[in-house]
Design a protein around this ligand. Structure first.
Ligand code: C2O
Length: 552
């Protein structure tokens, strides 16, 4: 295993992700940030300088479990203090498992400002992937708003709420086209994009005919759930969130924010043509044009427009299509199975509520507000004053009607810390419900830090924990993942083992939803956390405690 060193400077810069010039957060003058490529077992060192003028920053390594290094998880106010402008912080962590990952800002809504990049971990030297391919392609998907995140954050916390709406563009590897289409000939009413500048030129994926490629796809969208299809080509899904899955064929794949996949693609179509890769919106009435990339069969020129129209995304509200895809994802043989029973079950009801005239998302009727002092430091030092004494509820009323807007729309704010004992097996049931408006229930992709979980099953309507619900759980080959979706009005059951001491965020990966309180924190065996580096938690109440001679 190797040590891999990176030196990054984070700054605001002008950029044209969709051909309209705006300000993005870039790394070393690049958007998206540089791709990190390593082998399983390597140690990554990122010496990160914050060159934003007036904001703190942190970077989260999404999907990396941070075994033994919870202070390197990069979540502001949870695992560390935000890095101040002009300061440098060095992230040091082991990438223990091969897979397709990414990294992103985890402070305020900085991810939506463009602070993200790919993190790809190959198998350790001398090991082999359980499938063969001739080449590899990488797509990092995101969405893009023309309003700054500062305007968005003000809008989201206004009374009444000013909803930010749908994104202006979808981006593939940071590139999209606003107000014009690369495939106007096939898109009624669209104008063909004129020669566009380098920053927003469509992504070209060069391939040779009759080969097999591994296409890595990850989504770091702020809001949009996505679907990806490639003209005339089938895909075979082989990896999800850094875990191998039982391979299956698909014409198109759904990708929620926080998900990553690898699919195999065989270039077995007419080699005289190029083909469109199309990415469209799912789960919300789309107001955003699909993003396009070119699958370029060499030696055709990349600029040769595909003869076929771009593949059409399934109807946004065809949930049966989405469920069929999601339910097909099973663990590959050889994946460790879940423990047969759990020690504890935590049921989390997802609702939209109001607090002092503002719109919030809450879990068991408490909306998460992050404290000034990072949880990791205050829990490790046992500082009583920084967190609420009462623990949040483990369940919600069995009588709650998930098909109706909340009878009591009011919510309160809290830190939502669940304390988990070392090595216990924990089940989490995420329950979806109706939002504030009638007949609205949205999709929420939940992401867990510090762990993979087994996705045991899904159900419709209220979870009752009875024999019928139990029968819906798959204990034989549930996939291991770090992100799982809850469908409208449904529930999703997860299981994980609390074997990684630390303080871990668990939240909806939709950036505005997290910002509006849709998350909880698992404080896991904090007494077993090793020595926390001072520079990670020298702020707020931990800073004063350290000055008074307390030891981490
Ligand atoms: Cu990718 Cu807490 O997020």
């Amino acid at each position: 295993a190797k040590a891999r060193h990176f030196k990054w400077e984070i700054s605001n810069m002008f950029w044209s992700p969709d051909c309209e010039e705006k300000v993005v957060i870039g790394i070393n003058g690049q958007f998206p940030g540089p791709t990190i490529r390593a082998r399983a077992g390597d140690t990554i060192h990122v010496e990160l300088k914050n060159a934003l003028h007036t904001e703190g920053v942190v970077i989260h390594w999404h999907g990396i479990r941070q075994i033994g290094t919870p202070w390197m998880d990069g979540t502001a106010a949870i695992s560390q203090c935000a890095i101040n402008p002009e300061e440098t912080f060095t992230y040091r962590f082991v990438v223990d498992k091969p897979g397709t990952y990414f990294y992103h800002g985890h402070y305020g809504m900085q991810r939506a400002a463009g602070l993200y990049g790919s993190l790809i971990v190959d198998v350790a030297e001398g090991e082999e992937e359980p499938f063969k391919y001739d080449g590899e392609l990488n797509l990092l998907l995101s969405d893009w708003y023309h309003e700054s995140i500062h305007t968005q954050m003000v809008a989201l916390s206004s009374k009444p709420l000013r909803w930010i709406g749908e994104p202006q563009s979808l981006l593939i590897n940071g590139r999209g086209q606003f107000n014009c289409s690369m495939a106007a000939a096939h898109t009624p009413g669209a104008t063909q994009c004129a020669a566009v500048n380098r920053q927003c030129a469509p992504v070209v994926l060069p391939v040779q005919p009759n080969k097999t490629y591994r296409l890595r796809v990850a989504s770091t969208t702020s809001l949009a759930s996505l679907n990806l299809a490639i003209g005339n080509h089938k895909m075979t899904v082989v990896e999800a969130d850094g875990n191998y899955v039982d391979p299956f064929a698909a014409d198109d794949i759904d990708i929620y924010s926080g998900d990553s996949y690898s699919v195999l693609l065989t270039t077995d179509q007419d080699p005289s043509s190029n083909y469109w890769v199309s990415v469209g919106v799912r789960g919300r009435l789309p107001k955003t044009a699909p993003a396009l990339a070119v699958l370029n069969y060499r030696p055709n020129r990349a600029s040769k427009l595909p003869a076929l129209a771009p593949p059409v995304t399934p109807a946004w509200d065809d949930y049966e299509h989405s469920k069929a895809f999601t339910f097909r994802i099973r663990a590959r043989a050889g994946t460790p199975p879940p423990p047969a029973t759990a020690d504890r079950r935590i049921e989390l009801l997802n609702t939209q509520n109001r607090m002092d005239g503002r719109t919030k998302w809450s879990i068991n009727n408490v909306s998460m507000v992050l404290p000034a002092t990072p949880y990791l430091g205050s829990l490790k030092l046992g500082l009583k004053s920084t967190l609420a004494a009462a623990r949040p509820a483990e369940t919600f009323s069995r009588g709650y009607d998930v098909r109706q807007p909340p009878a009591n729309p009011n919510t309160t704010a809290g830190d939502n810390v669940y304390v988990l004992a070392y090595n216990t097996t924990v089940d989490v049931v995420l329950q979806n419900a109706n939002a504030l408006a009638h007949n609205v229930s949205e999709v929420h992709p939940w992401h867990l830090h510090g762990h993979d979980f087994w996705v045991l099953g899904y159900g419709e309507g209220p979870y009752r924990g009875d024999a019928a619900d139990e029968a819906r759980l798959n204990l034989r080959d549930p996939p291991l993942r770090n992100t799982a979706v809850i469908f409208p009005y449904g529930w999703t059951a997860l299981r994980f083992v609390a074997d990684n001491p630390g303080v871990w965020a668990f939240h909806c990966h939709i950036e505005p939803h997290l910002h509006m309180g849709m998350g909880v924190v698992f404080a896991e065996a904090v007494d077993r956390v090793g020595k926390v580096p001072k520079e990670a938690v020298s702020c707020g109440a931990t800073a004063s405690a350290l000055m008074n001679g307390d030891h981490l």
